[in-house]
Ligand binder design. Structure first.
Ligand code: AMP
Length: 274
């Protein structure tokens, strides 16, 4: 399974990625983590990235694309991976498409964690306080000033990816304001629905159709609860919900076998009878 987690800083991407790692035995590839490690180890990449990161700016594309490409080639990523913090711009997304194509790998889904921006500052402050309490070093970019800059960068550079992946029918939107547990459950449910993963309880017998209907609902309800503020954003919200539900309503086996129309007809007939 190959996924992208999309969401602003403090939206819970890291937490959810760790849970996906445990459940599906795939690896988390976080460009932020990889870059922080490079900074700590004072590698040439780390030295280039250090000040940019501290100021909340974006590290040049060629650096992050190189890091991700090398990391995907590691044996532990063969079973699958979750990209966390990458891609962050449309050019990075296009580079990722190219890179995956060259490596003959397919992206299963992009999960957007949609959150209320006003809650993010509080979340990041809590994260810093918790790290301090555990005696861990607090991230230099977890300050209100830098967070404001990172959020602005997310809005202008990363949010367009919602449209990018929605157009490619990869986007699944989850309400990231729910509890951690609830968000995890929702993610697992929609992954099962699109056929990327089967929920534990349904591994043997549940038909794809039933699970799929749930995902459509999850995505739509997330969009309803979390409307985007701007007009442009509102369009993005609808687009985000649409492909997800369309994809989810397609039985997984049919999508794989390329027999979508046939099976959809059957499903429609069945629904008409109900
Ligand atoms: P994160 O841990 O994802 O919040 O990333 C921390 C910092 O690392 C960001 O504020 C950027 O400076 C840098 N960074 C992480 N991922 C990327 C990326 N895909 N492109 C550019 N810079 C990145």
């Amino acid at each position: 399974m190959r996924l992208i987690l999309l969401g602003p800083p403090g939206s819970g991407k890291g937490t959810q990625a760790q849970r996906l790692v445990q459940r599906y035995g795939i690896v988390q590839l976080s460009t932020g983590e990889l870059l922080r490690a490079a900074v700590a180890a004072q590698t040439p990449v780390g030295l280039r990235a250090k000040d940019i990161m501290a100021a909340g700016g974006l590290v040049p594309d060629e650096i992050v694309i190189g890091i991700i490409s090398d990391r995907i080639d590691q044996p532990d990523a063969a079973k699958g991976f979750i990209l966390d913090g990458f891609p962050r711009t449309v050019p990075q997304a296009a580079a990722l498409d190219e890179l995956l194509k060259k490596k003959h790998l397919k992206l299963d889904a992009v999960i957007e964690l949609r959150v209320n921006e006003s809650a993010l500052l509080e979340r990041v402050e809590t994260r810093a306080a918790e790290m301090r309490a555990r005696g861990e070093e607090v991230r230099v970019d977890d300050t209100p000033e830098v967070l404001t800059r990172r959020l602005a960068s997310y809005r202008s550079l990363t949010e367009p990816l919602i449209h990018y992946y929605s157009e490619r029918r990869k986007l699944l939107t989850v309400d990231g304001m729910m509890t951690i547990e609830h968000v995890t459950r929702e993610i697992n449910r929609i992954l099962a629905a699109i056929g990327a993963a089967k929920p534990k309880a349904a591994r043997k017998s549940a038909p794809a159709k039933r699970a799929a209907t749930g995902a459509g609902t999850a995505s739509r309800s997330a969009s309803k609860k979390m409307p985007r503020k701007t007009k442009k954003g509102a369009t993005a919200a609808r687009m985000a919900a649409k492909p997800a539900s369309r994809a989810a309503n397609r039985p997984a086996k049919a999508r794989e076998a390329g027999t979508v129309k046939k099976v959809t007809k059957k499903v429609t007939k069945k629904r008409a009878k109900q």
